[in-house]
Write a protein that binds this ligand. Structure first.
Ligand code: ZN
Ligand code: FE
Length: 255
């Protein structure tokens, strides 16, 4: 069992991921704002595309999907709840569904909040989760369509995955996310260490994805809203976790 994962920068700050099951030669892509870089990456490796996994309906995740499907014949997989606003799907998925990429089983999580119908794809054995604009490196997506409660509940689903899980999210926002995170927990050494690593990576033009779930749990304010230290820092000891999450998300929106 080996899942090869290629990170492809697209547009100005989006990430697209190519997934290749070495055993069967089966290949998938997660999201596609533009077809050309994905087609070039496939061609350079001699891979043919079998599946396009869509996380959510925003244009910067799907604008290249129809062209890519036409050029490759790949099957489209996306949320049933989003089917009315995605290119025609071959497989409509929802929470808990299990699918196969070659010999690799993967699971669908409904992580609505940024949009309603946003899904994540978990490859348990490969320790890889593709999160789109739900959980992001050192941050989370803005809550556009769902409620703060819904987004908090969605992020909770990632808490139950192994700490060693690698988080493949949809954008390179990590530096600005980190600057905001430091306003919430300025005394937390783990945040300062991550900032140093993030600055070093960006100075070299390297992506900061994937990140580790363990690192997100230790440094991401949106994953830490239930933490006593965070509640104390915000003067919200009596608030619910979801209320603290909502406060942090609102502050980020205005940051
Ligand atoms: Zn989005
Ligand atoms: Fe996006």
């Amino acid at each position: 069992m080996a899942l090869e994962i290629i990170t492809l920068p697209c547009l100005s700050d989006n990430y697209v991921y190519l997934l290749h099951d070495d055993e069967t030669g089966t290949t998938a892509v997660v999201d596609c704002p533009e077809a050309a870089p994905v087609l070039a990456a496939l061609e350079s490796r001699g891979w043919s595309l079998d599946m396009i996994l869509i996380t959510h309906h925003h244009w910067d995740h799907i604008d290249g999907v129809a062209d890519l499907a036409k050029a490759t014949g790949a099957k489209l997989i996306g949320a049933k709840a989003d089917a009315h606003r995605l290119p025609p799907l071959d497989t409509e998925v929802s929470e808990g569904d299990r699918l196969q990429l070659g010999n690799l089983n993967f699971e669908v999580l409904d992580v609505s909040g940024h949009t309603v119908g946003h899904v994540a794809y978990v490859f348990h054995k490969a320790l890889a989760v593709f999160t789109g604009d739900s959980l992001m490196a050192w941050g989370c997506g803005r809550v556009f369509e769902g409620t703060m409660d819904m987004m908090w509940h969605s992020l909770q689903k990632f808490h139950s995955l192994p700490r060693a899980m690698n988080v493949y999210s949809g954008h390179e926002y990590t530096l600005s996310n980190g600057k905001f995170a430091l306003t919430i927990e300025p005394e937390n050494d783990s945040l300062h260490q991550r900032m140093a690593e993030t600055e070093a990576a960006r100075a070299k033009g390297e992506p900061t994805v994937p990140s580790g779930l363990g690192l997100e749990l230790a440094t991401n304010p949106f994953m830490r809203a239930g933490h006593i230290k965070v509640k104390t820092a915000l003067g919200m000891l009596d608030a619910t976790d979801a209320e603290v999450f909502a406060e942090i998300r609102t502050r980020k929106d205005n940051f």
